[in-house]
Write a protein that binds this ligand. Sequence first.
Ligand code: 4HQ
Length: 230
Amino acid sequence: MKFDVMTLFPEMILEYCNFSIMKRAIDNKILDINTINPRDYSLDKHKKVDDTPYGGGAGMVLMVQPYIDCYESIKKAENSITIMLSPQGEPLNDSLVNNLSNYEQIILVCGHYEGFDERIREIIRPKEISIGDFVLTGGELPALCIIDAVSRKLEGTLGKLESADEDSFANGLIEYPQYTRPREYRGLYVPEVLLNGNHKEINKFRLKESLKRTKQKRPDLYNLWLNRQK
Ligand code: 4HQ
């Protein structure tokens, strides 16, 4: 899968992807991360990419010309989607991540500090995605959230020991409690059931704990799970 990230700060994207599981997936050719900087497409003699808003008001607005010329320079695969990171977008969740993992190419449009000239949206017609109801200084972190979450769904990204179908949300529930050595720490013990090797009992315990936690911490997800069982 290829990600093309339009950003004024390409190093932010590339640096994150240069570590751990992301780096391994890139080295193994499962992933290709490319950045394109709209500043390189600015026709302004000072390489300007933003300007003051028509109608007045605080802040600056990202200019249509550098963003559109940058966007049009990207070679589009047949099965590709363009996403703009924005608090106005559809909230990111596990099912959206699964859908995105089926594309051959994902183009991510990041802004920074300021809003986009509305004509960028009108011309590109991107899908807009939000990572939550709060305001960030730029779209780079949300873009990385999408790159990271989608990448770990791709075959071969996670090793056997990091399987994606056992974590939170694989079954719509949050994770059961986990333990490793030692069996006792400051008087706190690992539950007996995990020590006896009875995998039927262990799975029963884990499901019960997942349900208990989800009901208590995320009643919204618990109700979705209940409805799915019908
Ligand atoms: N942004 N989820 C990028 C966000 C955001 C979010 C604000 C998007 C700043 C430049 N993006 N602009 N929340 O806060 O996706």
